[in-house]
Unconditional design. Structure first.
Length: 363
């Protein structure tokens, strides 16, 4: 076949281009990092009939922000503040005048629940995730899923170097999900600490507005020494650079609670009698290259033995709508944090190489 000069030059140019790409692609694929999934290290599935007190303490001595509730340890009476049933935990705030035992008899107009994992379930780095829905839209309530550094001077007191005061080193705070019913269209992720360059408040707006809080959502934090990222349903909310932060480099514990009124809860709807925060599970995972799990939940591969994490309660019926499939990582998620697999990366590379080869043959 004869070519005009311009056609020959164009052909040679394309030939060189494809050869260069074909040589470079295998090197690129071989040097691409393996993308990690998650492996469960600790989980509470709330499969029993009461709170697992090996995992949690009822923080009955908490009294902050001029709130009106008395936190109790009641998980058994008719007016209990913790109800574990049908595979979920319900933290229930109730309108009730009480002389609060945990606060030296101080008069309060509500009872509620506040669980923390201090000295029992503490974590350093990885993914901490919970599946939560809230049952109320009336004003005056303030449910939260959050974390504190484990040297804070708060109940339970073991005098194991837990003498730091909020928000100093050893007592810093991270809010994974904090919702105010008087500002219902969004929720907050936030940091409180005494350091510099240690993160800032981010407001995430619910797609469907306030009613979205009534639906189940996965709220998660992914935490390394240099970065802390927040997710809802595997969608990235924000990533915070903490590489120059003087805190968040020691174990933290989780808290789950419902606060009522006060400086932050705000004005309470006079018709409100009861408010409920429902929790399907809470889990801690570490990164692994053995799977591509995007979530840290009941379906995620676990390092725990078969009789761990309330296995005695495995014959309990699960709650409605409790099954959550392990999903692939969203497009906006950092591959170093979770999701993906080496197999899918290799398939992508091989497919791209095949495409270039077909284009070369066509030319």
């Amino acid at each position: 076949m004869e070519y005009k000069l311009e056609e020959k030059q164009d052909f040679l140019s394309r030939k060189i281009k494809y050869r260069t790409i074909l040589i470079g692609m295998p090197l690129l694929c071989l040097t691409a990092p393996a993308l990690a999934g998650w492996q469960v290290q600790w989980i509470d599935k709330f499969n029993g009939s009461s709170v697992n007190w090996d995992n949690w303490t009822a923080q009955t001595q908490a009294n902050y922000n001029n709130e009106v509730q008395c936190y109790t340890d009641d998980d058994s009476s008719a007016e209990r503040n913790y109800d574990v049933s049908n595979g979920t935990l319900k933290i229930i705030a109730r309108k009730k005048n009480i002389s609060c035992p945990g606060l030296g008899g101080a008069q309060k107009s509500w009872t509620s629940g506040r669980l923390n994992g201090k000295d029992k379930s503490e974590f350093l780095y990885g993914r901490i995730e919970s599946r939560i829905r809230y049952h109320n839209l009336e004003g005056g309530t303030w449910p939260a899923f959050w974390m504190l550094e484990n040297r804070i001077q708060e109940q339970p007191y073991k005098n194991d170097n837990d003498f730091s005061h909020w928000p100093n080193p050893g007592a810093g705070e991270i809010d994974v999900w904090e919702w105010f019913s008087n500002r219902p269209d969004s929720y907050i992720t936030n940091f409180f600490n005494a350091g510099s360059d240690c993160g800032f408040e981010t407001l995430h707006h619910y797609t469907g507005g306030a009613p979205d809080v009534l639906d189940w959502h996965n709220y998660a934090l992914e935490w390394t020494k240099d970065e802390i990222s927040f997710y809802i349903d595997e969608r990235l909310v924000v990533s915070q650079d903490v590489s120059n932060c003087s805190q968040y480099e020691e174990p933290m514990f989780v808290l789950l609670n419902v606060a009522i009124g006060g400086m932050l809860g705000g004005s309470i709807d006079p018709a409100l009698q009861k408010a409920t925060m429902e929790v399907d599970y809470i889990a801690h995972c570490t990164a692994t290259d053995e799977n591509n799990a995007g979530y840290c939940n009941e379906s995620t591969p676990s390092s725990l033995s078969s009789d761990s994490s309330q296995a005695a309660d495995d014959d309990q019926e699960p709650a409605d709508e409790q099954t959550v499939d392990t999903l692939p990582v969203s497009d906006n998620q950092d591959n170093s944090q979770s999701g993906g697999s080496m197999n899918s990366s290799l398939l992508w590379c091989l497919g791209l190489i095949g495409l270039f080869r077909r284009q070369r043959r066509a030319n």
